[in-house]
Design a protein around this ligand. Structure first.
Ligand SMILES: [Zn+2]
Length: 211
């Protein structure tokens, strides 16, 4: 089975993908990671600066990666397609890779919950542990429970960046989901629950397939 994850910003796609990878062994292919791994200075810089990378480059990389033997039994694709142009690339690639079923999982999250996840996120620069001032508070505000280091807020965890990403999602990615809906292989999952609950909801969907 090939799982394509589409999700609103801060719905927890990365974490859920890793959980699926751990339990089922499907390789987790993230477009961001794929682009960062490219040995090309121009692409590296575009990724670093959050600039647009040519869709032809993305198409080539994705095709190569999904054709590798570890994808024969299925994969988890994360971060693609994000817009209608990428949708046609996706459809073309899906025709030429393994003959497994493709299912689309959409992780939904209300804008307000996403805002709290992002603006409340505090990271420990020492041990990497992540807290949230609303949902997963450290015992002492601003201090890491595990190593007592002072917590920081990452510069891109701000409301303006989040609003921009959410608006782009509605404008560009929502039409992709609408298109998939007409094909009947889309499952909506509530991404605002805990990751364990969300994971269980996804397992119920996957359990219905034996491909
Ligand atoms: Zn720490």
């Amino acid at each position: 089975m090939n799982i394509t994850f589409i999700s609103a910003p801060a719905a927890g796609k990365g974490l859920i993908s890793s959980m699926l990878n751990e339990k089922y062994g499907f390789p987790h292919i993230s477009i961001g990671d794929l682009l960062r791994s490219v040995d090309d200075v121009k692409v590296k810089n575009q990724v670093k600066n959050g600039e647009f990378v040519d869709n032809r480059i993305i198409a080539k990389l994705l095709k190569e990666r999904l054709s590798m033997p570890d994808c024969d039994n299925g994969f988890i694709l994360d971060g693609f397609p994000r817009n209608m142009t990428q949708l046609s690339i996706y459809e073309d690639i899906c025709e030429h890779i393994n003959n497994k079923k493709n299912i689309i999982i959409v992780l939904d999250i209300p804008r307000e919950v996403g805002e709290m996840r992002v603006t409340g996120r505090r990271v420990c620069p020492n041990c990497g542990y992540v807290f949230n001032e609303y949902f997963d508070k450290p015992k002492v505000s601003g201090i890491c429970d595990h190593c007592s280091h002072e917590l920081i807020q990452r510069s891109d965890d701000n409301i303006e960046t989040y609003e921009r990403r959410y608006d782009t999602y509605l404008k560009e990615t929502k039409p992709v989901i609408d298109y998939f809906e007409t094909r009947g292989n889309v499952y909506h999952v509530d991404g605002s629950k805990s990751s364990d609950e969300t994971f269980r909801d996804i397992e119920k969907i996957i359990g219905g397939y034996n491909d």
